[in-house]
Write a protein that binds this ligand. Structure first.
Ligand SMILES: [Mg+2]
Length: 141
């Protein structure tokens, strides 16, 4: 396994079926110093989440196979047995914030994703952002 010089680099799982939105999410997350893995639907997201490698999930709502709401519910039900809780941020084009939160998601962002709201949403979960953000932003900009 390669040694990552950013030893505290966080891994974000992006569940999104649109190639354009996938590229947007990858670009923004990498700018902010995150490592990114993309999956195309909720079923793939469940499989990826089960590896335990991810520090947070960005979850599209409308996806084939399994939508974001069902996926979030399924993750929260599984977590209830283990005690861990992965932060999930809904990314939505609809005004369905309540539905996202009641499905167990922690926050929501409007499409199209924008740099600052995304950074702030994730910073809520990761305390290192507060002190290391400057150096990470510099490194990746
Ligand atoms: Mg979609």
């Amino acid at each position: 396994m390669m040694i990552d010089p950013l030893h505290d680099r966080r891994h974000i799982l992006v569940a999104e079926d649109s190639p354009i939105n996938q590229q947007l999410a990858i670009g923004l997350l990498q700018q902010h110093g995150y490592s990114v893995t993309v999956v195309n639907n909720g079923r793939e997201a469940l499989g990826a989440w089960r590896t335990g490698r991810f520090d947070a999930i960005l979850m599209d709502i409308d996806m084939p196979e399994m939508d974001g709401l069902s996926t979030a519910r399924c993750i929260r039900e599984s977590e209830a047995d283990h005690g861990n809780r992965v932060p999930i941020v809904a990314v939505t084009s609809n005004d369905n914030a309540d539905e996202c939160l009641s499905a167990g998601m922690d926050a929501y962002l409007a499409k199209p994703l924008r740099s600052d709201p995304l950074r702030h949403a994730l910073a809520e979960f990761f305390s290192w952002n507060k002190c290391d953000e400057g150096s990470k932003t510099a490194r990746f900009s």
